[in-house]
Design a protein around this ligand. Structure first.
Ligand code: FAD
Length: 363
């Protein structure tokens, strides 16, 4: 028997749930292939869910790369402040941690529970453990075939997510559905992902993070992009917001040069030279104390320079001083590859933006 609904939403992630509770246009059904909704949402922000950012909505545009202009109308229509008010009016208080907005409880479950409660209030039906296999355009709407049932609806929303973290259910079905409906699909690629580094020497300090460092991306010695952000050392490479943000531009064999001590290279060079002239008995350890670099990282850099912490600055040759400046202010990390979909937080590519209208939808 074919079941009839006004609206069918494929996917019970935050996009599907939020759409369902805001459509208000007849009988709505969400089809979710997992046994629960919002699996990825529960992982977001390490389980705390970084809901949005504070500040003016126009500050957001530049953070979406080339997509910023495209997203402008949608972001203006429902801003970060609107979202915070929406949650607040439904009992979810938020907190601002250095510009990042989280639920006050710092528990992503509270965000998911709010959306699921809204679904109950708005009488949205959610069918779990039901995977959409096929869809077709029919007269006055769509025909949907799942592994259990057949449906008809007049309006269809595909909210099946991208391809990142496929273990949460987002395995890229949206791209097949959209292609079937006639859209051009730009090759989906991992985005917001850590990077693997060639000949990586920092496994021993995995877990260490550095606040707000200048990170510059080079390809064939040409500067491609610069970002300032926090970074973390992993067992096999680099992660953290500063790296994740840049990752969509990074390709194998590129080089990331990172200013490990947050100092202008010329200032650092002069400081070395002046110290060497002023006092012959200043050791590297004493000299570097005034620069922001954790001991564990300092040890690894000095080992690479084949210098002891007890070496006097005045005894270091010009060639070694130059090498010091390079490693501390522009440490080169050569990219082996970027992380795959299993560890990427987002997907780039997908339905061509030329074929999508990003303005308020009137149902
Ligand atoms: C580790 C991690 C941390 C993150 N942290 C943050 C953060 O702090 N802040 C933030 O804003 N974003 C964060 N994100 C990104 C955020 O989680 C996603 O942008 C968001 O979940 C996307 O929502 P969505 O509803 O579009 O897709 P998804 O959350 O992927 O949901 C899609 C749903 O569709 C279902 N589905 C797929 N195919 C079918 C099918 N054929 N039939 C039926 N159901 C189907 C899936 O099972 C899934 O439940 C993070 C992501 C990751 C991986």
């Amino acid at each position: 028997m074919i079941k009839e609904f006004d609206i069918i939403i494929i996917g019970g992630g935050p996009a599907g749930l939020f759409t369902a509770v805001n459509i208000n246009d007849g009988r709505t059904l969400i089809l979710e292939k997992n046994d629960s909704a919002g699996r990825k949402l529960l992982m977001s922000g390490s389980g705390k869910c970084n809901i949005t950012q504070s500040g003016s909505i126009s500050d957001f545009f530049s953070h979406y790369g080339e997509g910023g202009r495209f997203l402008m109308p949608a972001l203006k229509e429902f801003t970060n402040t609107d979202l915070i008010e929406y949650l607040d009016s439904r009992g979810l208080k938020t907190i601002n941690k250095k510009g990042k907005i989280f639920p006050a409880s710092e528990d992503a479950n509270d965000v998911l529970d709010l959306l699921l409660n809204e679904c109950i209030l708005k009488k949205v039906t959610i069918n779990y453990n039901e995977q959409v296999k096929k869809l077709e355009v029919v007269d006055n709407g769509f025909s949907i075939i799942t592994d259990k049932n057949s449906y008809r609806c007049t309006k269809l929303v595909i909210a099946t997510g991208g391809k990142s973290y496929p273990s949460t259910g987002s395995t890229g079905d949206s791209f097949y559905f959209a292609k079937y409906l006639g859209h051009t699909i730009e090759k989906p690629r991992p985005a917001l992902t850590p990077v693997y580094i060639k000949n990586y020497k920092f496994s021993d300090i995995s877990g260490l993070s550095l606040e707000s460092r200048k990170i510059t991306l080079y390809r064939n010695e040409k500067k491609i992009k610069t970002n300032i952000g926090a970074l973390g050392f992993t067992h096999w490479g680099l992660s953290g917001p500063g790296i994740l943000d840049l990752s969509r531009y990074i390709e194998p064999n590129d080089t990331l040069k990172i200013n490990l001590i947050n100092q202008n290279p010329e200032y650092f060079r002069s400081a070395i030279n002046e110290t060497a002239l002023k006092d012959k008995k200043i050791t590297i350890k004493k000299f570097l104390k005034s620069f922001a670099i954790p001991d564990s990282l300092l040890k690894l850099i000095l080992a690479e320079l084949k210098l002891e912490t007890t070496t006097y600055i005045a005894d270091i040759s010009k060639a070694f001083r130059n090498r010091m400046v390079e490693l501390f202010c522009e440490y080169p990390f050569e990219i082996f590859r970027t992380g795959d979909f299993n560890i990427a937080m987002a997907t780039k590519g997908g339905v061509s933006l030329k074929e999508v209208r990003c303005s308020p939808i009137i149902f």
